[in-house]
Design a protein around this ligand. Structure first.
Ligand code: SF4
Length: 259
């Protein structure tokens, strides 16, 4: 009974947090709204997010003690998650630092005009060099197993509270990630070719990320499908990683055949 109540409370916290984020996005898209000047929604959202982070830290400690085989994975994921989501943004007073471990094609956050150049270059290096290299070396288990501060981290913490039903909505996973990846590629090309379009492209991308990686994942996906629901059904970065694995395996097979 206590476990069930705790689960529902955490789910409610995620739900109200991301509904408040939805209001912030609406305000940002329509800055003439009356409550745009009010910091109340912002304060509520960031406080709830901090509360979520504290609860996730508690779950990390709990699973670290309870499940020794998962300790290494939990340790690397916690370092990456808390570094990207809390430590770096707090140290530099700038949320854009989170974009380092949320690179393209996961988000286009690094391309915001206000993002420091160092964050842009680190994010590009991680997205275009480090992740492909980790994937070539360790396959899906590299970034998606031990680094990703989003799907990998939350599947090992919040996701462990719920039973997985991986067959639910499986058809969505056949097409959606490829379409999403293609749209992110178009977004990236759009920004590179017409830099002045960045704000419009980012508005669309923010809304898409919010609907899929946040509202769907935390409010519906994890409770009804499981911790990896966003990874298997939607994530464009996961799609890219799986394609790299396929190409790597094909090259290895060809080499073996020739040998
Ligand atoms: S599929 Fe996407 S969200 Fe899931 S672990 Fe991989 S990169 Fe992260």
């Amino acid at each position: 009974m206590i476990k069930k109540l705790a689960k529902i409370s955490v789910w409610l916290l995620f739900t109200i947090t991301f509904l408040s984020e939805f209001m912030i996005i609406v305000v940002e898209l329509h800055p003439t709204e009356k409550f745009a000047k009010s910091g109340t929604i912002n304060a509520f959202f960031w406080s709830s997010l901090l509360m979520i982070e504290i609860i996730m830290a508690g779950l990390v400690v709990y699973y670290f003690i309870k499940h020794p085989p998962r300790r290494f994975r939990l340790a690397t994921l916690s370092i990456c998650h808390f570094l990207a989501i809390l430590a770096l943004p707090l140290i530099f007073h700038d949320w854009s630092w989170a974009g380092i471990l949320y690179p393209w094609p996961h988000t286009l956050q690094a391309f915001d005009p206000s993002t420091p150049k160092i964050v842009l270059w680190l994010s590009l290096t991680i997205g275009f060099i480090v992740i492909p290299m980790l994937t070539i070396k360790w396959g899906v288990n590299g970034f998606c197993g031990h680094v990703c501060p989003h799907g990998a981290f939350f599947s090992e913490t919040y996701g462990r509270l719920f039973k997985a039903h991986p067959k639910r909505l499986r058809n969505i996973g056949r097409y959606f990630p490829a379409v999403y990846f293609a749209l992110m590629a178009i977004g990236l090309i759009g920004i590179l070719v017409i830099p002045s379009s960045v704000e419009q492209i980012r508005n669309i991308q923010k809304m898409t990320f919010f609907s899929t990686a946040e509202l769907f994942y935390f409010v519906i996906g994890i409770p009804l499908i499981g911790g990896r629901s966003y990874c298997t059904l939607m994530c464009p970065l996961g799609f890219m990683i799986r394609q790299i694995v396929k190409i790597r395996n094909k090259i290895l097979r060809n080499r073996r055949d020739v040998g």
